[in-house]
Ligand binder design. Structure first.
Ligand code: HEM
Length: 453
């Protein structure tokens, strides 16, 4: 399988959209420290499509930053293909995961993976999720200021271990939890976004060496689990389990072929990496925003107590508009083409940036305000709100993530009222994730009379 980075065209200002003149290190730093502000400023200065000269791209990351250009990048699959754009993640998830699979293999592959993520299937996990969230609540509801993101990461990982891996044995759960927390954390995965020379494995203590060691530990555990489950399925002549791993082991394509162990391994790793930090970060931002917006928070609590989930859904939409956990969706240009009139060379990496569209005042009046009620009246204009990306590569885990975020909010707000534990936190960019700078700190006051949900 060829390396999309080796095919990346070299920098030539005549063949790329306009770029800022700042050196690559400065552009990278500004992106990491103020991704939303910098994205908006570049659109203001350079137009709806520009070149971001950041590490680890040798030439540039071509960025679209308005609704029409984003729509084209996300949906015009003849010109912008997915899979190769995620090449950065290959070392982490393996080339066999859906997220790294280019067309034409992508669609049949996605079909195999769809059934366990279908909305009807996913709702069956609600009761299990509730139990996991309730088990974690004492750590959150201490009455002191707590960082919500690490708490939400623990919950999200526990959900993945049950729903995706189907683990029930507490000993195995603990083993996986330890290995995956170290491996799948964005601080570890961020190694892949370092300049290329720093990505070389220079021994045990180098970032890349640590990365390789943590990956091997996760793979060993996962291979053993796959072997155990295949043996179990053979003994019983099939499986009655509904977790994603069981379904992957049973899945057959139209020719009756199943997935081999290495494909299942890559798939599971891909699902953890795609689903764990993203969901945890969305939960963290939402509770942090509610803590800092008492009117919106009280209205939501009242609405939930009255048995409605209208405001709950609107609140999650608003949180993912203002602070989408994922900053962009990435594709590669299939051929030399133009985007909003700007040239884009074949094989260039192209990213549809979400924040410049989510904060576009032509689409969202007073875009920087947190106002969940703006989503009550009507559905958003198509492609004005894309926290899960779009087109044939739209996030496959969206129904699971939505259920999980809603379940956490319901459970927490039935028992406690979030309040600030410091100033509102700015967003930073950690690989492709938009994270709260200090872990989304908040304080949770117990409700005198918890709501019965
Ligand atoms: C709030 C949480 C989540 C957010 C914000 C999110 C966001 C995204 C985004 C932006 C994409 C790229 C879409 C595109 O290229 O157009 C994506 C893809 C993907 N996500 Fe999620 N995601 C979340 C949760 C999950 C979960 C829970 C899982 C599974 C356990 C998951 C699995 C995937 C997979 C497999 C892909 C690749 C789909 C493909 O290439 O066909 N995600 N996600």
């Amino acid at each position: 399988m060829s390396d999309p980075f080796a095919r990346e065209p070299s920098w030539d200002p005549r063949r790329f959209p306009p770029a800022a003149r700042a050196p690559r290190a400065v552009q990278t730093l500004r992106m990491l420290l103020d991704p939303q502000g910098y994205g908006l400023a570049l659109r203001e200065r350079l137009g709806p499509v520009f070149s971001l000269r950041v590490h680890p791209y040798r030439a540039a990351l071509v960025c679209s930053a308005d609704i029409a250009a984003n729509r084209a990048v996300l949906t015009d699959h003849e010109r912008f293909a997915g899979g190769d754009g995620a090449a950065l993640l290959r070392q982490a998830v393996g080339a066999g995961s859906l997220i790294c699979t280019p067309p034409p293999r992508h669609l049949p592959h996605r079909k195999l993976l769809l059934p366990p993520f279908h909305g009807d299937r996913v709702v069956r996990w609600a009761a299990r999720m509730r139990e996991l969230v309730r088990a974690g609540l004492p750590e959150l509801l201490t009455g002191d200021g707590v960082a919500v993101r690490p708490w939400a990461q623990r919950v999200a990982l526990d959900v993945i271990l049950r729903v995706v891996f189907g683990l029930t044995d507490p000993g195995r759960v603990a083993l996986f939890r330890r290995a995956l927390t170290a491996f799948a954390g964005m601080d570890n995965v961020a190694v892949l976004f370092l300049p290329r020379p720093l990505q070389r494995d220079a021994g045990r203590w180098s970032p890349a060496g640590r990365f390789a060691r943590l990956r091997a530990a996760v793979q060993d555990l996962t291979r053993t689990e796959i072997a155990v489950r295949r043996a179990e399925s053979r003994r019983r002549g099939g499986t009655a389990r509904e977790d994603v791993l069981s379904m992957l082991l049973e899945a057959r394509d139209e020719q009756g072929a199943g997935l081999d162990d290495e494909q299942v391994l890559d798939e599971l790793t891909g699902l953890v990496l795609a689903g764990y930090e993203t969901t945890a970060t969305t939960i963290a931002w939402t509770l942090h925003l509610l803590a800092h917006h008492p009117a919106a928070r009280n209205a939501l609590i009242d609405d939930l107590d009255a048995g409605s989930d209208r405001l709950l859904k609107a609140t999650v939409k608003e949180s993912t508009r203002l602070r989408p956990a994922v900053y962009y969706a990435i594709r590669t240009a299939v051929r030399d083409t133009r985007l909003a009139g700007y040239p884009v060379p074949r094989h260039a990496f192209v990213a549809a940036l979400f924040p410049p569209v989510h904060l576009d005042r032509r689409l969202w009046p007073q875009p920087h305000l947190f106002r969940p009620e703006r989503h009550l009246a009507a559905d958003p204009v198509a492609y004005s709100l894309t926290p899960f990306g779009g087109g044939v590569r739209r996030c496959i885990g969206a129904p699971l993530a939505q259920l999980e975020v809603e379940t956490v909010l319901r459970e927490v707000l039935a028992r406690a009222v979030p309040a600030p534990a410091g100033p509102p936190e700015p967003a930073r960019l950690l690989s492709v994730t938009l994270v709260p700078a200090h872990g989304a700190r908040a304080r949770f006051h117990r409700r005198l009379r918890p709501a019965a949900r």
